[in-house]
Design a protein around this ligand. Structure first.
Ligand code: GCV
Length: 704
């Protein structure tokens, strides 16, 4: 029998064991059983050497990194700037003698790119900077034996997005409401525990390795909601941040910090945090200088200001550009950036007031500021106008600020997508968002917006992290795929999510005995490929969103937010459901889009079915483009969604004995809960709409 398992990382004394996630030792077999020459020096090259030497020690290969150079290498990993490579085939590639490579533009590889080629029986990775060598090595690992096929095509690889960042919503001190990790579903924090740093470098190192292997190059180590203890990471607790930076640096990961806009008051004792006050400027400049003295490659600040009660420039009659530029000024001399979040809306709205539309808020606040932000400000925009729902239109802000560096923010932690108790592979959803063309077929994509204009660099892609100290890293072992897919899509947004899943499967579910890995692969695809759409089917219908239990956001509660100040309403009555966001009769939100979407979304007939209730209030018997009425669509999708979860559970059951029992048990237990929860969603949603509309199910299925 084949027994694919995840590996188990060796734990340092005092630290508990954890599964390897992707990169168990066995995936290094192809590389580790060969002769490998590493040419060049530097801290990240040392990381490559460390990886290669461990693999070779395990699988009988050989590593050369220095004279004598009489080597018979199968793989050469070389920095071009290190001079002539002591390997004829690799040297020929370095000199540009490989024809397939000559045709690839200016030949530059940048800070993170690499060239991968095969010449005269040698696989060659060339890079201009050490990070490129590290990414190139992980590419070889991903390919496995195929990296040594003679028909391996020569290709340059460079990331589409320079900034590929994970934002941890981790608190240092356990917060009375949000806990150790706000919206965390994977145990405690990797960095902090009960008010202090964890000081557990072995696990952090493993984390850095996982991130580098999928292409992530930046993290933010604390929650955007910066409470009292966390504020001090900027000053007297800076040493803890430096320690994390130290561990992650060998994997090419730059550390960022969430800061409170009120820092000059709460930490500096100033009477004001007014961005135009000279004392405030001087305070930020000095605090930032100290950060860079300690952490020379510090990435910058992440700021949530004037949002959900956080302090910001509004208190001083200033706007977001004034606020962001203040911090940008302090960071600029050191090469840092401020990432200023556009998640700004009125969370104390009166539900009776139909003129206020939360969806409009980010655009209303930020679009008029386009062109006013300093060069090292990145405005970080949630991908949708509301809040990481399983279905939303793409935020119009992303099409409205051509003179600003914009980052797109997605949520790997599954706050609204099943909280890592439900399987919900988000690769297809993110891929759809990144491929969206806000100006129509002839215009660029959202990924282009994140990539930015040539020369200036864009803001890239950021995800709220889904990782914690859980032995499987992400609570639900299959949620690891979201983390992996995030990194890979940030590197190349055009990748096919199903192909990314294949990579993750190959790198994670390694057969330890000879056997057919296909049943595992087939089952993973059958369960995960469409799991986001399955989740969408049994939860809030047709893009209307929310309908979750207030506060913790798990499970159904159709009217839970309907009469609250949060601005997330569905307006269901006896005749129909949905939010009228048209210009003709609603909030005018459709007008925030450029054509063609301003017209498409405005029209009930042309609006895509899956977003109909986001943009329109329609009668239950309104006929969708798919030919069904809205009410029948609600019934059908909710019955179908539950059936799909039942099938997932059955498929997983059949894998018992074929995967690591600990992983199998954990996933099985989560699928049981997903099934229970999906049934609850189905029954509450169907019953609610049956009672409101009085329209029976055309197929006579049971509704309560
Ligand atoms: C970190 C939503 C979440 C909050 C989160 C906020 C944000 O409102 O529920 O937990 O706060 O988004 O993105 O800032």
């Amino acid at each position: 029998m084949s027994v694919p398992v995840t590996g188990r990382a060796a734990a340092d004394a005092g630290e508990s064991a954890w599964h390897a996630a992707w990169l168990p030792p066995a995936v290094f077999r192809a590389l580790g059983s060969r002769g490998v020459l590493v040419h060049g020096d530097g801290p990240l090259v040392d990381t490559v050497i460390d990886e290669v030497s461990r693999a070779c020690a395990r699988y009988g290969g050989r590593l050369w990194h220095g004279p004598p150079w009489q080597v018979d290498a199968d793989l050469v990993l070389a920095l071009r700037e290190a001079g002539p490579v002591p390997n004829a085939a690799a040297e020929a590639v370095r000199l540009g003698a490989t024809p397939a490579v000559n045709g690839t533009g200016d030949g530059s590889l940048g800070d993170e790119g690499y060239l991968l080629a095969r010449a005269d029986g040698v696989t060659v990775v060339l890079a201009d900077a050490p990070a490129g060598l590290l990414y190139g090595m992980f590419h070889v690992v991903r390919l496995g034996p195929a990296a040594f096929d003679d028909d391996l095509p020569a290709r340059r690889h460079r990331p589409a997005l320079d900034r590929r960042m994970l934002d941890h919503w981790d608190n240092v001190a356990v917060h009375p409401v949000s806990g150790q990790v706000e919206r965390g579903y994977a145990g405690g924090s990797l960095f902090w525990r009960d008010g202090a740093a964890r000081h557990e470098p072995a696990r952090l190192r493993d984390y850095g390795r996982l991130l580098a292997a999928c292409g992530v190059n930046a993290i933010c180590v604390n929650n955007v909601n910066v409470h009292d203890t966390e504020a001090r990471l900027l000053t007297d607790r800076l040493g803890d941040v430096a320690e994390i930076a130290e561990v992650l640096r060998p994997y090419g990961i730059r550390v960022h910090l969430s800061v409170t806009f009120a820092a000059p008051v709460v930490l500096g004792g100033l009477p004001t945090a007014d961005p135009l006050d000279e004392r405030v400027r001087a305070w930020w400049a000095a605090a930032t200088r100290r950060v860079y003295q300690r952490i020379p490659d510090f990435g910058g600040y992440l700021v949530k200001a004037d949002s959900e009660g956080r302090p910001g420039p509004f208190a001083y009659g200033r706007d977001h550009a004034d606020g962001a530029n203040l911090l940008a000024g302090a960071l600029a001399p050191h090469g840092g950036v401020v990432r200023w979040r556009a998640f700004v809306y009125d969370h104390r709205q009166d539900w009776r007031d139909r003129s206020t539309d939360r969806a409009r808020a980010a655009h209303d606040h930020f679009a008029p500021l386009d062109g006013r932000f300093a060069d090292n400000v990145i405005v970080q925009v949630k991908f949708g106008p509301i809040d990481f729902q399983a279905r939303e239109p793409v935020s119009p802000v992303l099409a409205a600020m051509p003179a600003t560096r914009l980052a797109v923010e997605v949520q790997a932690t599954q706050e609204y997508t099943g909280q890592q108790r439900h399987v919900c592979y988000l690769g297809p959803w993110w891929s759809e968002v990144l491929g969206f063309r806000p100006r129509g077929a002839a215009g660029g994509t959202i990924a282009d917006v994140a990539a930015g204009r040539a020369g200036t660099g864009g803001g890239g892609l950021a995800a709220v992290a889904n990782v914690g100290d859980d032995p499987f890293w992400t609570g639900h072992p299959l949620a690891q795929a979201n983390l992996y897919a995030f990194g890979r899509l940030a590197w190349d947004p055009r990748l096919d999510p199903a192909a990314i899943l294949d990579e993750w499967i190959d790198l994670t579910w390694v057969p330890v005995t000879a056997g057919d890995p296909d049943p595992v692969r087939r089952t993973m695809h059958a369960i995960m490929d469409d799991s986001w759409r399955t989740y969408e089917r049994y939860t809030a219908p047709l893009g209307v969103g929310f309908m979750v239990r207030p506060g913790h956001h798990y499970g159904p509660d159709v009217d839970g937010y309907e009469y609250t100040p949060w601005g997330t309403y569905h307006f269901a009555d006896r005749d129909g459901v949905g939010v009228d966001r048209t210009r003709a009769t609603g909030t005018g939100f459709t007008g925030q889009y450029p054509p063609p979407w301003s017209e498409v979304y405005e029209s009930r007939e042309r609006c895509p079915d899956e977003l109909l209730l986001f943009f329109h209030h329609v009668p239950y018997r309104h006929v969708l483009q798919d030919g069904r009425t809205v009410i029948q669509h609600i019934y059908d999708t909710h019955f179908a969604g539950v059936e799909e979860v039942a099938a997932m559970r059955e498929r997983w059951r059949l894998l018992a004995g074929a995967v690591d029992p600990a992983v199998h048990d954990r996933v099985a237990e989560r699928l049981d809960e997903q099934f229970r929860s999906a049934v609850e969603w189905r029954d509450q949603i169907n019953t609610y709409f049956f009672r409101k509309s009085g329209v029976p199910d055309a197929h006579g299925r049971r509704i309560y």
